[in-house]
Unconditional design. Structure first.
Length: 297
């Protein structure tokens, strides 16, 4: 074997060792065993598919978070409305007592109107600056007094009756909003009904006040039914979140199988290759510097 051949082989071995070291170093740094521009098309395609599925899973997770945020915004508002309506019902029952004098009736009427304002605030509850009871409309107000109206309804509704949908898992969508009209609206809004109730209380119209009790009961039922819907959807969300989390863990495990790196193992291999490289350098240096005169001695 000539000196040139020895040098060529030594150089080739050093380059191979350097290549293995560079590959290991890249794996340690990037955390993946699948480098950019990899010629392993099968693993590259699998990694691409898994990353796409993880991206979809992540988007579904964001939708789940938003759906829960809508429900946790709407539910307290509906509970507040229910509490206010129940208080109003108690006041109406008291106002039905014909023994109340004008001062007592006026006090009850004012309390009913104050509670009506509370309910109006509930109906206009916002989430990220958007009224949650306005259907699909991007507006800050779902219900507002109509200054131009001379008769009921004296309040206008922005609820378009639309369903705000979010995809929570592949092929599964959920309605995240509650119709404002189903609780507060209709041909006559709850605010008109309460204005009329307060007026009848002030006038001492016990017949009209007694008749309003059934209307209040229907409003209470509408609010509690809406909360029941939210409760059912919350249960669905809980299940979907669990499924989504399990699916993400499964997809990430698969992706790790395809392109993952064991950092400890890679570091040990890199250290071994580096030791071998340093030893090869020393041996090569001694071998290549031998000249023809050394062989003729």
């Amino acid at each position: 074997m000539t000196q040139r051949s020895i040098a060529t082989n030594a150089l080739a071995n050093l380059q191979n060792t350097q290549t293995r070291m560079a590959k290991l170093q890249d794996q340690i740094t990037s955390g993946t065993s699948l480098p950019k521009g990899s010629t392993d098309s099968v693993r590259a395609a699998a990694a691409l598919r898994l990353n796409d599925q993880i991206a979809v899973n992540t988007e579904n997770g964001r939708n789940l978070d938003e759906a829960r945020a809508w429900m946790t915004t709407q539910e307290p508002a509906l509970q507040s409305t229910t509490n206010a309506l129940q208080k109003i019902r108690e006041l109406a029952v008291r106002a039905g007592n014909g023994a109340l004098n004008e001062t007592g009736r006026d006090a009850i009427a004012k309390e009913i109107l104050a509670l009506k304002e509370t309910i109006l605030g509930d109906a206009n509850t916002p989430y990220q600056g958007r009224a949650v009871f306005a259907g699909t409309r991007d507006t800050t107000t779902a219900f507002a007094p109509d200054a131009s109206a001379t008769a009921a309804p004296r309040y206008s509704s922005s609820d378009d009756g639309g369903s705000l949908l979010r995809t929570i898992s592949p092929g599964v969508t959920m309605t995240v909003n509650i119709s404002g009209d189903s609780v507060y609206g209709g041909s006559i809004t709850v605010f008109d009904e309460l204005d009329d109730l307060a007026e009848n209380v002030s006038r001492g119209n016990t017949t009209a006040v007694a008749g309003a009790l059934s209307t209040i009961d229907k409003r209470i039922t509408g609010a509690t039914n809406a909360m029941a819907v939210i409760g059912a959807r919350t249960n669905q969300l809980d299940h979907a979140e669990e499924v989504n989390a399990n699916q993400l863990a499964y997809l990430e495990a698969q992706l790790d199988d395809v392109q993952g790196v064991d950092p400890a193992k890679a570091y040990v291999e890199f250290t071994q290759q580096n030791v071998a490289y340093q030893a090869a350098l020393q041996v090569t240096a001694k071998t290549v510097q031998t000249s023809l005169l050394d062989f003729l001695r």
